[in-house]
Design a protein around this ligand. Structure first.
Ligand SMILES: Cc1cc2nc3c(=O)[nH]c(=O)nc-3n(C[C@H](O)[C@H](O)[C@H](O)COP(=O)(O)OP(=O)(O)OC[C@H]3O[C@@H](n4cnc5c(N)ncnc54)[C@H](O)[C@@H]3O)c2cc1C
Length: 407
């Protein structure tokens, strides 16, 4: 029996190997990863790892013995080059062919190319891998001037960590507000005040037109308004694209990621895809989504492992995400949809509040909770229940328990 081959030894791939065994799979499992590390968690890379508060053991998804104990063959430092669907084999960099009965593609996402002029001549950092984080950490020193291009969650987490380490930080964001594509105006405004209070220089509406090198190895950011800004180091974090090249070459159905069903199955019934690389449907929302989050990676790892083993499918989850910046723990339940009305619960100035987004039927579609874990837990349940006609007065009162709304 050829068993299961997993391409990508990241969060989703590593988790899938574990779930397969947990659900009773007895065959061979081969986990192919191009990085030199066993599966590790990426969220700490922009947070605890940069601040020197996490060790490699803290990052690992499972202890080093887990893979041998569970008879999972981890082929690290090994890039997979091709999938031959007819022969049911994958080819890796050494030229080896590995046969599969079922294939799981868990190749994650890759940094979106930055289109500014001069970018290829100016050294800059990206932050996707542990090696990236290690390179960045080694140069974050007190007093260093750091330029961050892109104010998404990862960029802002790095800004917070760099301030903690005593760096001078400027963030350039093309949109008129930070987190414009992923957060409400209230949340953007809260994090704008927070970062500004911590000494971060946020420049919004900033079109970076060119990068160049200046005296003393300085990296110069040119904005379309003609201004120039010099830094000791630059980090570009303008989002990610699905690492779906192998799937495209193999003729699987793709479109902003590999298209999968609710079992994480691709257009080829023997091939599954999980994690950042997928485009999936969600029970509570119309359309297809490519989610870059740990909960999504874990949920789809369970879906694929359950489908392969015949184990019962996992409970459907409300999508969620978190981000830590300074002392603030942001948890987001659900996805932003157009046409909702925000209901504020609590006072942003206090540092603990939630924003609930309600549709025309009085149904909760998403919630942004800042250091309000109980609101977040209730919001996840309310979204999955899809209850209409929610009492806005209760939602808006930070002292009113949300439990009655769940009944
Ligand atoms: C800095 C940072 C901070 C984050 N913070 C958060 C957070 O706070 N909360 C949250 O929910 N999510 C966060 N995320 C996102 C989260 O880490 C990802 O959604 C999650 O890792 C997705 O898992 P994955 O297995 O799909 O992809 P990954 O974990 O990226 O793993 C994919 C792996 O596949 C490998 N690979 C790709 N192609 C091949 C190939 N052809 N052959 C062999 N190997 C291959 C890659 O090298 C990689 O190791 C963060 C991500 C980053 C980078």
């Amino acid at each position: 029996m050829a068993g299961v081959v997993i391409i990508g030894a990241g969060h989703a791939g590593g988790a899938a190997a574990g779930f397969l065994r947990q659900y009773g799979f007895e065959g061979d499992i081969t986990l192919i990863g191009e990085e030199p590390y066993l599966p590790y968690q990426r969220p700490p890379l922009s947070k605890a790892w940069l601040k020197g508060e996490a060790s490699l053991e803290d990052l690992y998804l499972r202890g080093e013995n887990f893979y041998a104990d569970q008879r999972v063959t981890a082929r690290l430092n090994t890039r997979c080059y091709a999938i031959d669907r007819a022969a049911k084999i994958v080819t890796v960099a050494s030229g080896d062919h590995i046969a599969y009965d079922h294939l799981i593609i868990a190749a994650g996402s890759k940094a979106r190319p930055f289109p500014a002029k001069g970018v290829e001549h100016v050294p800059h950092h990206l932050l996707r891998t542990l090696d990236d984080a290690e390179r960045l950490k080694s140069v974050l020193a007190p007093g260093h001037r750091i330029g961050l291009i892109g104010a998404g969650y990862v960029g802002l987490e790095v800004a917070a960590s760099a301030r903690y380490l005593g760096c001078e930080v400027t963030v350039f964001e093309r949109e008129s507000r930070i987190l414009a594509r992923v957060a409400s105006e209230t949340l953007s405004s809260f994090f704008t005040s927070t970062h500004t209070a911590h000494g971060v220089n946020l420049v919004t509406g900033a079109h970076v037109s060119e990068l160049s090198l200046g005296d003393g190895d300085k990296k110069i950011v040119h904005l379309a308004d003609g201004s120039r800004h010099a830094f000791d180091l630059l980090l570009v974090g303008i989002g990610a694209l699905p690492a779906d090249d192998l799937a495209v070459a193999a003729g699987l159905e793709t479109g902003n990621g590999i298209i999968v069903d609710e079992q994480a199955r691709t257009s080829d019934p023997t091939i599954f895809a999980i994690g950042d690389v997928t485009s999936r449907t969600l029970p509570f929302y119309d359309g297809r989504f490519r989610l870059e989050s740990v909960p999504n990676a874990l949920e789809q790892a369970k879906q694929a492992a359950a489908a392969i083993t015949g184990f019962k499918p996992p409970v459907v989850e409300t999508p969620w995400f978190w981000s830590d910046q300074y002392d603030h723990k942001l948890q987001i339940a659900g996805l932003g949809v157009p046409g909702t009305t925000p209901v504020l619960r609590g006072n942003p100035a206090s540092g603990t509040f939630s924003v609930f987004h309600i549709d025309g039927d009085g149904r909760l579609r998403s919630a942004e909770c800042v250091t309000r874990p109980a609101d977040f837990m209730a919001a996840k349940l309310l979204i999955s229940k899809g209850k209409t006609g929610l009492d806005i007065a209760i939602l808006a009162d930070p002292d009113a328990p949300l439990k009655p709304l769940l009944q």
